[in-house]
Design a protein around this ligand. Structure first.
Ligand SMILES: [Zn+2]
Length: 71
């Protein structure tokens, strides 16, 4: 799986793990396209370009910008 880094120099504490969805069959939560760990400041960036997002608590040790893209 490719790892996507959106902010490789962000040192702010991670506050959320954001699941990023694209639409399928008319549903906003159609396909899981990626997962991104973000700080509070970059949280809006994680939603950009996706039809829906779902946030959960971030994993220990994750850095802002750590993530995986599935599609
Ligand atoms: Zn950040």
């Amino acid at each position: 799986m490719p790892i996507e880094i959106i902010r490789d120099n962000c040192e702010a504490p991670v506050t959320a793990r954001v699941e990023q969805y694209t639409p399928r069959d008319g549903r906003a939560h159609g396909d899981l396209a990626g997962v991104l760990h973000v700080c509070e400041y970059h949280r809006a960036d994680a939603a950009e370009g996706y039809s829906a997002t779902y946030s959960t608590a971030s994993a220990d040790g994750a850095r802002c910008g750590d993530g995986m893209r599935f599609a």
